[in-house]
Design a binder for this molecule. Structure first.
Ligand SMILES: N[C@H](CCC[C@H](N)C(=O)O)C(=O)O
Length: 294
């Protein structure tokens, strides 16, 4: 199958974007994996599909697949690229856009300077909704949050903050992101048995109450240069743990994301993320039909 795509990146987190507003491509997991492959395909952390809105009052549906081909609930950097793509392709002039994702609706607003602010919705802390299995563990209370001792093979118990931004996150505090064991511990945390649907592992270094550095070993993609939902999860955790203020610049290896969240007694305010969204190139590629097994 011959398909057209647009390559985009948001703070170095890179995407293949597909226009499915005029019909579904019907790609299989193996075909998504092919598109993301950096040697045999286009190469990307995630594949983003732009689809017709499933119901009135919404502008589009936004569907995300990780580089491993699995469909996921959310992608923050991708959401910024989504609105840039829709406007550049003339699919809509509305700003902000309201788009349906797996677990909710996002509002995407392009700013005059070209950056995009996304209303990422509220964080979710209920462990069964992350999901995280805490049975038999004793949490460490800190600020108005808790951290859980995660047994990391060969590294002992590592305390992580656990929450969801629609997708699951485990946030670990480190002294220095540049020397943190991201490559070694990332896959061990991603595939930890206490996360039944795996997890994105964030390595957070606090510089001051308004500034952090972050590396994320992403579920289904490995370490990326930036992770939007990971930045949101890290800042929300840092605020609740008492380390951060309500507006934080997150320095990732691919750029800076600004996250804003006002903690309230119910902890259910929406998280706002602002950052870049950049088209890189247009292309066409033949996706092997023999990969189209269910
Ligand atoms: N790997 C993530 C999806 C992409 C998230 C990330 N690229 C972002 O910008 O939020 C997951 O499996 O939940």
């Amino acid at each position: 199958m011959r398909i057209r795509f647009t390559k985009m990146q948001g703070a170095g987190n890179d995407f293949v974007v597909l226009d499915e507003t005029r019909g579904r491509l019907g790609l299989s997991t193996a075909q998504y994996r092919f598109l993301a492959d950096r040697h045999f395909g286009v190469g990307a952390d995630q594949i983003l599909s732009v689809r017709e809105a499933p119901e009135p009052g919404l502008d589009f549906e936004y569907v995300i697949h990780n580089a491993d081909g699995g469909e996921v609930e959310h992608c923050g950097n991708g959401a910024r690229c989504f609105v840039r793509y829709v406007h550049d392709k003339g699919l809509s002039e509305r700003n902000p856009l309201r788009v349906k994702v797996k677990n909710g609706v996002l509002e995407l607003k392009r700013l005059p300077d070209g950056r995009v602010t996304v209303d990422m919705g509220p964080p979710v802390f209920a462990l069964p909704q992350v999901p995280f299995e805490a049975k038999g563990l004793k949490a460490e209370k800190l600020g108005n949050f808790e951290r859980w001792p995660l047994a990391v093979p060969y590294a002992g118990d590592q305390y992580v903050a656990v929450l969801s931004m629609g997708n699951p996150h485990a946030v670990l505090l480190v002294d220095d992101v540049d020397t943190a064991p991201v490559a070694a511990w990332g896959p061990l945390i991603e595939n930890h048995e206490r996360f039944p649907r795996r997890v994105n592992a964030g390595f957070l270094q606090v510089i001051d109450t308004r500034t952090v550095k972050l590396r994320v070993y992403e579920r289904g993609a490995g370490e990326t240069l930036a992770c939007g939902t990971g930045a949101c999860a890290a800042v929300v955790a840092g605020i609740r743990l008492g380390w951060l203020g309500s507006r934080v610049d997150v320095h990732t290896r691919g750029g800076v994301l600004t996250i804003e969240w006002v903690d309230t007694p119910e902890h259910d305010a929406p998280v706002f993320m602002t950052g870049p969204a950049t088209p890189v190139f247009e292309g066409e590629i033949t996706v092997p039909d023999e990969l189209n097994q269910p």
